[in-house]
Design a protein around this ligand. Structure first.
Ligand SMILES: *[C@@H]1O[C@H](CO)[C@@H](O)[C@H](O)[C@H]1NC(C)=O
Ligand SMILES: *[C@@H]1O[C@H](CO)[C@@H](O)[C@H](O)[C@H]1NC(C)=O
Ligand SMILES: *[C@@H]1O[C@H](CO)[C@@H](O)[C@H](O)[C@H]1NC(C)=O
Length: 192
C-alpha cells in the first residue's frame, strides 16, 4: 500500500518531465497516436514529414518506400507512423516490413501495422518500407506523430495520398516528361 503511494508519486513526478518514450511508443498510444505525457500537441505546421519519393501512384501490390524527414536544422527524437485508407480512415491498413529503421508494432489487434523509434537519438531521416493490403486499389495516406523533445510534438502529420493502380496514369509520367523537356530546353538556352 505504502509502496503503491510512493510509486504513484514517483510516476507523477517523473512522467511530465520524461523524454519521448526512449524505447518507442507503447501500443497504448496506437489509438490517439499521442504521447501520454500531458503536454498539448503543436498546432503549427510540422517541421517533419513523411515523404514518398516515388510519388502519388504506385502499382497494385508494390511496396512503398517512405522517408521521415526533418526540415533543415531540425531533428526529431520519436515517431509513430501508420497507414490509413483515405476514405475509410479509422483502422490502420497494410504492413510495415523489414528492414526498418525502427521497430514494428502490432496496433489495435493488427500485425506490424505501425512503426515507432527504438531509441531517442536525434534523427533527421528515417527510412521505412510499407506493403499495401493484397489487391488494394484505394488511396492510402500515412499519418505520423513526431516528437521533437519532451514537450514539443505534432500528432498525425499527414502525407500526400498514394493511389494503387493497375497502370501508372500516362498523365503522371507525361507531366514529368514535359517538365524534364522544358528544364532541358531552359538549360540548353542558358548554356548558349
Ligand atoms: C537509434 O535509432 C536510429 C533510427 O531508428 C537507428 O538508425 C540507430 O541505429 C539507433 N541507434 C542505436 C544506438 O540503437
Ligand atoms: C506481433 O504479432 C506477431 C504475431 O502474432 C508476433 O509474433 C510478434 O511478436 C508481435 N510483435 C510485437 C512487437 O508485439
Ligand atoms: C523543445 O523544442 C522547442 C522547439 O525547438 C523549444 O522551443 C523547446 O525549448 C524545447 N524544449 C525542451 C524541453 O527541450
Amino acid at each position: 500500500m505504502f509502496t503503491c503511494v510512493i510509486v504513484s508519486v514517483f510516476t507523477l513526478l517523473v512522467l511530465p518531465t520524461a523524454n519521448a518514450s526512449p524505447n518507442g511508443a507503447p501500443t497504448a498510444a496506437c489509438g490517439s497516436m499521442t504521447p501520454q505525457h500531458g503536454y498539448e500537441p503543436q498546432t503549427s505546421a510540422s517541421p517533419f514529414k513523411a515523404e514518398i519519393p516515388v510519388g502519388e501512384y504506385v502499382l497494385m501490390d508494390d511496396p512503398v518506400q517512405l522517408e521521415l524527414r526533418a526540415s533543415a536544422g531540425a531533428t526529431f527524437k520519436g515517431f509513430l507512423i501508420m497507414a490509413f485508407d483515405k476514405d475509410e480512415d479509422t483502422k490502420p491498413i497494410g504492413t510495415f516490413t523489414e528492414p526498418v529503421d525502427g521497430q514494428l508494432l502490432n496496433c489495435t489487434g493488427g500485425f506490424t501495422n505501425a512503426v515507432t523509434h527504438t531509441n531517442n537519438t536525434e534523427k533527421s531521416l528515417v527510412k521505412i518500407k510499407w506493403q499495401p493490403p493484397l489487391y488494394y486499389m484505394g488511396t492510402a495516406v500515412f499519418r505520423t506523430t513526431f516528437v521533437q523533445n519532451s514537450t514539443t510534438y505534432w500528432v498525425k502529420t499527414e502525407s500526400i495520398g498514394v493511389s494503387f493502380v493497375m497502370e501508372i496514369p500516362s498523365s503522371a509520367s507525361q507531366s514529368s516528361t514535359t517538365w524534364a523537356g522544358l528544364i532541358a530546353l531552359l538549360l540548353a538556352l542558358l548554356i548558349q
